[in-house]
Design a protein around this ligand. Structure first.
Ligand code: SF4
Ligand code: SF4
Length: 385
């Protein structure tokens, strides 16, 4: 038995993880909880149950948010158990729901697929905000020079042929402006997808191939202090598997203190955390702390801000009913708060919460807006090195 499965036996069935699990909260079913899923895996390992389609459906319905890990007093590494089990049963698990979406998803993570997604009616409807922004390719392959006293040189993670990044031009430009203003030379190399969606869907060889490619990209850049991700918890968590110097842009700014001047942003925003940014990268506190310095900005966490929104890993396509139930909770909370918009920390959350019909912002866009509103001389100028 592999070391990952030792984790199963650490579970003492206390149930502390239950109120943190979006699929349990949405269904009330024990098999849809971390404790229930661990129990099912254990039953299969001990030969008391067979991995039938019915059993595997409970496991397949996990969003893989990993919030349960942070709540567990026994320190059960749920993700490691699930990943090992998924590796061993990948064919059966994929055939449950991924088989319907993998060809589509894999096609989407190519240049031609992404171009088609912009015009494909039903596809665009389902992918919504993910394919509805400015193209990032105009920034790729360039280096932008630091302003003022130089602090370091960073590589900004942008994957132009990945559905999560291709149309995030606004976010990427905001990150370049904020980073150069804070003294960093910013290289935007041609990365490929971080590999997370492939690993989460059992395409482990593909995720390893992407990791190898991205490591080679960084290897060719010369001295780089950090690989920086602009608010994408899922990508950051995956990159942390194979780079040891990955940070969210807000984590980086927290190291040296953010440069003046910040201008007012007159918005009241409801906050939803990104699961991987919070549970793995631990960058969420830096975002909240830094945005608290922005004059006139009010950030109000949703009561369930630390519970997944159900937007990750093609989940709204694979498990529409559960994803919609999870989203209904967010809808009620947003309705109560009546904010000017919602603040999200990842492209998947952006896609999911855009369905609520309220403007959605990312932290980097708000920080950029604050700098713009301060009328800082030369803030908007970008010098290509
Ligand atoms: S990873 Fe998230 S969805 Fe899966 S069992 Fe844990 S809390 Fe529930
Ligand atoms: S919190 Fe940990 S020990 Fe308790 S039931 Fe959940 S997985 Fe098991």
């Amino acid at each position: 038995m592999t070391a990952a499965y030792d984790e199963v036996y650490k579970c003492v069935h206390c149930g502390f993880c239950l109120p943190t699990c979006p699929t349990y909260l949405a269904t009330g079913v024990e098999g849809m909880s971390p404790r229930g899923r661990l129990y099912l895996i254990r039953a299969v390992l001990e030969g008391r149950a067979r991995p039938t389609k019915d059993l595997l459906e409970y496991l397949d319905a996990c969003v893989y948010c990993l919030r349960c890990e942070t709540a567990c007093p026994s320190g059960v590494k749920y993700g490691a158990v699930y990943e090992q089990f998924f590796k061993e049963h990948r064919k059966e698990l994929q055939s449950i729901t991924y088989s319907r979406y993998l060809p589509l998803f894999n096609a989407l993570n190519t240049g031609p697929g992404l171009a088609l997604a912009r015009v494909g009616g039903s596809l665009v409807k389902e992918l919504g905000a993910l394919v509805a922004g400015r193209d990032v390719r105009m920034y790729v392959g360039k280096e932008f020079k630091a302003k003022g006293e130089r602090v370091g040189r960073v590589a900004l993670f942008v994957a132009p042929d990945c559905v999560a990044w291709r149309y995030k031009g606004k976010m990427v430009e905001a990150a370049i402006r904020v980073l150069t203003w804070n003294g960093y030379d910013v290289v935007v190399p041609r990365f490929r997808c971080c590999g997370a969606p492939y690993r989460h869907s059992g395409q482990f060889e593909k995720s390893e191939e992407l990791a190898k490619y991205n490591k080679a990209v960084v290897g060719q850049l010369g001295r780089i202090d950090y690989v920086v991700v602009a608010n994408s918890g899922g990508c950051q968590a995956e990159l942390m598997r194979y780079f040891d110097n990955v940070v969210d842009v807000f984590q980086l700014l927290a190291k040296n203190g953010v440069r003046e001047r910040l201008g007012p942003v007159k918005l009241r925003l409801a906050l939803q955390h990104s699961c991987h940014l919070m549970n793995v990268a631990k960058a969420h506190t830096h975002i909240v702390a830094l945005l608290s310095k922005v004059p006139e900005l009010k950030v109000v966490p949703l009561p369930s801000a630390d519970v997944c929104c159900g937007g990750g890993a093609l989940y709204p396509m694979r498990h529409r009913d559960i994803a919609n139930k999870i989203l209904e909770v967010k809808r009620r909370e947003v309705f109560e708060i009546k904010p000017d918009g919602i603040l999200v920390e990842s492209p998947a959350c952006l896609q999911q919460l855009s369905k609520l019909g309220v403007p959605v912002y990312t932290p980097i866009e708000i920080l950029d807006l604050s700098y713009k509103n301060a009328n800082n001389l030369k803030y908007l100028d970008l010098e290509i090195g």
